[in-house]
Design a protein around this ligand. Structure first.
Ligand code: IMP
Length: 428
């Protein structure tokens, strides 16, 4: 298979950035196809740490990088991130980065709405507050401003009027001041040339590249259980995060996804609110959070931690068509005497092998656990399967059995080269 699609198989923060960076060495193009700058990808290369939220991780390796039409783009953030990473020695020029001209923009009024709603809500979602949800609402509401509109003042003016008419009562209801259309127009015009320098019909370029036999790496953001259809709705993000979105969010056609690689953390975490059957609020949960440094890249919030939920990942394997997984952060389990794996749930005296759709049911599940012996040796930085203690190998094998997919890659530290490859996703 020529292409690889990397997907978070849990609630995000599985370590996709490191794997995408590692795999981008073998790819020709790296494509983001959903989400926005709510994502947080940390790449550690030698003594440099790169924190990306919107740019495809391929930029660090100097690979052609595409922000596809499925992404919502905060143009000010885009320029800031390009500047920030430029200061670290990574030059992001229009030769390297393509921004889909049909992608929709995130505007300051989206961020206002996101934050004001979260502040006012009795049942908070726990969003990143970056305007993602409201921007997607305007996209499907057919009133969004798209990248190409930046080149057309008349279209921009008309669209701003329409958008403000929609937002005015929402803002009033939340006690926000009226948005200033002229100021918004001026701000957009000021950055338009810089943003437009990257704008292209990305679908066209991608189809040319694919026809020439180049390898495309799709970089998913968030995780499958945050998918707006398949996740723990309404505690989800506002885009489809599953692998099928790679085609729609890039314009490369339904066969484009190739090998779907699910990134799976050796335990479970989630940020924000919502159901989490295997959550641990005891000292084991604290151990996972501290040793795993489980703090959000974007918001700095402490992540909730829990045991590995094989039922959840099995569901994710099905939803995404995952061919193989990359297991990350196994070393965080080092030193725990006993490990638990959730194999299914109990609800009202019934056994369930999957996460039900109802929010009430999701909140009332009792996990069914299987216990395994832990290991006291360190697996941190292991570069060969032979370096792993027998109990760790057993854990990995049991995970494979329960989720119904093989482990293709094992990541043993944040460092790029601390990666054990069992199968090459680009060759499989
Ligand atoms: P939003 O995407 O900012 O609207 O937030 C919706 C939900 O998705 C919240 O629970 C966030 O914490 C979660 N979320 C969004 N982006 C990420 C991510 O990159 N990693 C983990 N969780 C995320």
């Amino acid at each position: 298979m020529a292409n690889v699609t990397v997907i978070g198989a849990q609630w995000g923060d599985e370590g996709k950035g490191k794997l995408v960076d590692w795999l981008s060495n073998r790819a020709d193009v790296v494509v983001r196809f959903q989400g926005g700058h709510n994502a947080g990808h940390t790449l550690v290369v030698g003594n440099q740490t790169y924190k990306l939220s919107l740019l495809p991780s391929g930029v660090v390796q100097g690979k052609l990088s595409v922000i596809g039409n499925g992404v919502v783009v905060d143009p000010w953030h885009l320029l800031d991130e390009i500047e920030r990473i430029g200061a670290q020695g990574v030059s992001v020029t229009p030769d390297l980065l393509i921004l889909a001209d049909n992608a929709c923009l995130i505007l300051p009024l989206h961020k206002d709405l996101d934050q004001a709603r979260e502040a006012a809500a009795a049942n908070k979602i726990g969003t990143t507050g970056r305007g993602i949800g409201p921007a997607y609402e305007d996209k499907v509401g057919r009133r969004a401003i798209r990248v190409a509109d930046l080149a057309d003042r008349a279209a921009l003016e008309a669209k701003i009027d329409r958008l403000l008419a929609h937002h005015a009562p929402l803002r009033r209801g939340l006690g926000l001041p009226e948005a200033d259309g002229e100021a918004l127009l001026a701000r957009l015009e000021a950055i338009a040339p810089k943003v437009l320098a990257y704008a292209q019909p990305a679908w066209l370029k991608l189809n040319e590249v694919a026809k020439a036999g180049r390898r495309v790496l799709f970089e998913g953001a968030q995780g499958a259980l945050l998918d707006v259809d398949h996740g723990t709705y309404p505690y989800v993000t506002s885009s489809n995060t599953v692998a099928g979105q790679a085609a729609a969010g890039s314009g490369l056609g339904a066969k484009a996804t190739g090998y779907v690689l699910g990134i799976v953390k050796a335990y479970t975490t989630r940020v924000g609110e919502g159901p989490f059957p295997t959550e641990l609020t005891d000292e084991v949960g604290q151990h996972l959070g501290t040793v795993g440094r489980e703090f959000g890249t974007v918001t700095g919030r402490a992540r909730r931690c829990g045991w590995f939920d094989a039922a959840l990942v099995r569901q994710s394997v099905a939803l995404n068509g995952i061919v193989g997984v990359a297991l990350t952060k196994l070393d965080v389990l080092d030193g725990l005497a006993t490990l638990k794996i959730c194999t299914g749930y109990r609800l009202d005296g019934r056994e369930l092998s999957y996460l039900p759709a109802g929010l009430k049911a999701q909140g009332e599940l009792t996990p069914v656990y299987e216990e395994m012996e832990g290991w006291s040796e360190s697996t941190h930085g292991a570069r060969s399967w032979r370096d792993l203690p027998a109990a760790a190998v057993k854990y990995v094998r049991r995970v494979e059995e329960l989720i119904g997919a093989p482990v293709a890659l094992l990541s043993t530290s944040p460092q790029r080269d601390d990666t054990i490859m069992m199968r090459d996703p680009f060759q499989d």
